[in-house]
Design a protein around this ligand. Structure first.
Ligand code: PLP
Length: 396
């Protein structure tokens, strides 16, 4: 009795690993969780205060479908000042987290039968959400030797008459890769030549390291802007995962379509969370610098330590908060007579035996990799990495 569409959708691996790790923890087992892509920091106080005030002020009623104007104005100002993007508040639609923004964007531009190019490795929900609107994810496998960056020849070869859009997640979950302006320009040129939408998920834009700079693809030219839907949110940069606020900034026809869809689906995002998000953008953002500095410290530690483990091929992350690790050299080794044949088995054993949760990345479009989040406190990272090292050393 279940729809064909629903049968085709898998449970998010990251959420199921995180749930399994939480269950083990609840039963008294000391598990280190590198699964969830969620900052361990608490939401900054100035944001929480704004939410409390919203409740006290009785800001608890329905809001406009696209979100309150003052928040959309704050987003518009942020995009102009930080990203060099001019969007009017009418071109901005606030949603219940970027996951929801993505779904709204896909519903606004994709018809059943359309193809959307998704470079792999990719964040697993992209492909599932494309399927959820009846369209087809066209996965393009990027190569380790190209540092997991989309090559123009790969992009061009994937285009068919059905291709409607390409997804660019910059900085990338799970690889941490960041595209330069020139690389984005080359991708945009192909997209424009083929009249494709560019869906730009920039949720990790603040989390860039080593002095690297994040560039919004829509800022490259007016033509690119007219073909781009820019997505961003509050979960990762402001430690606001539970508040559920994300947004799109897009050409007016897309913003209007997304607003109409949203008005029927969920009406609008939570009124109190919208006030909190507005405060996040308008308030003193100095606490972000502290969080980013701490992520950077953990990034270098985790990258350096994992790189010392024999058989691990660690991609150096320039952005986001993940270490992406190739593990195929471990294949064939055994733990208590159980042969590790793939990353799923390795992740299962790491959880059951080493008590460390990592995400196997088959659902991210790369079977031989695992992903570890360093949005976890430093002592846990130290303990978790040590447990992994001991486990890998114990293999025969
Ligand atoms: N986009 C990417 C690339 C992500 O990694 C995530 C969360 O893991 C999201 C979007 C969803 O974020 P939100 O909490 O705003 O829904």
């Amino acid at each position: 009795m279940i729809s064909e569409l629903a049968k085709n959708i898998k449970l998010s691996t990251t959420l199921s690993i995180t749930t399994k790790a939480a269950e083990l923890k609840a039963s008294g087992i000391d598990v280190i969780g590198f699964g969830a892509g969620e900052p361990d920091f608490d939401t900054p106080d100035y944001i929480k205060e704004a939410a409390k005030k919203a409740i006290d002020d009785g800001f608890t009623r329905y809001t406009p479908a696209a979100g309150i104007r003052s928040l959309r104005e704050a987003i518009s100002q942020k995009l102009e000042e930080e990203n060099g993007l001019i969007y009017t508040p009418e071109q901005i639609v606030v949603n219940n987290g970027v996951k929801h923004t993505l779904l709204n964007a896909f519903m606004s531009i994709l018809d059943p039968g359309d193809e959307m190019i998704i470079p792999a490795p990719y964040w697993l929900s992209f492909a599932e959400m494309v399927k959820m609107v009846g369209a087809t994810p066209k996965i393009v496998t990027m190569k380790r030797e190209n540092n997991f960056k989309l090559q123009i020849s790969e992009f061009e070869q994937a285009i068919t008459p059905k291709t409607k859009a390409i997804l660019i997640n910059n900085p990338s979950n799970p690889t941490g890769v960041i595209y330069t302006k020139e690389e984005l320009q080359a991708i945009a040129d192909v997209a424009l030549k083929n009249n494709l939408w560019i869906v730009a998920d920039e949720i990790y834009e603040y989390l860039v390291y080593d002095g690297k700079k994040h560039v919004s693809i829509a800022s490259l030219s007016e033509e690119v802007y007219n073909h781009t839907i820019t997505l961003n949110g509050f979960s990762k940069s402001f430690a606001m995962t539970g508040w559920r606020v994300g947004y799109m900034a897009a050409p007016t026809e897309v913003a209007n379509a997304a607003k109409n869809i949203q008005s029927h689906a969920v009406s609008h995002p939570n009124s109190i969370a919208q006030k909190a998000a507005e405060a996040a953008l308008s308030g003193d953002k100095s606490c972000l610098k502290i969080m980013i500095k701490e992520f950077d410290r953990r990034r270098l530690y985790m990258y350096n330590e994992l790189s010392k483990i024999k058989g691990f091929d660690v991609v150096k992350p320039d952005g986001a908060f993940y270490c992406f690790v190739g593990v195929s050299e471990i294949y064939g080794k055994s733990y208590n007579n159980e042969v590790i044949e793939d990353a799923n088995t390795l992740a299962k054993l790491l959880l059951e035996e080493a008590k460390v949760a990592v995400v196997p990345c088959a659902d991210f479009g790369t079977a031989d990799y695992i992903r570890l989040s360093y949005a976890v406190d430093m002592p846990s990272i130290e303990t978790g990495v040590e447990r992994i090292r001991e486990f890998i050393n114990s293999l025969t």
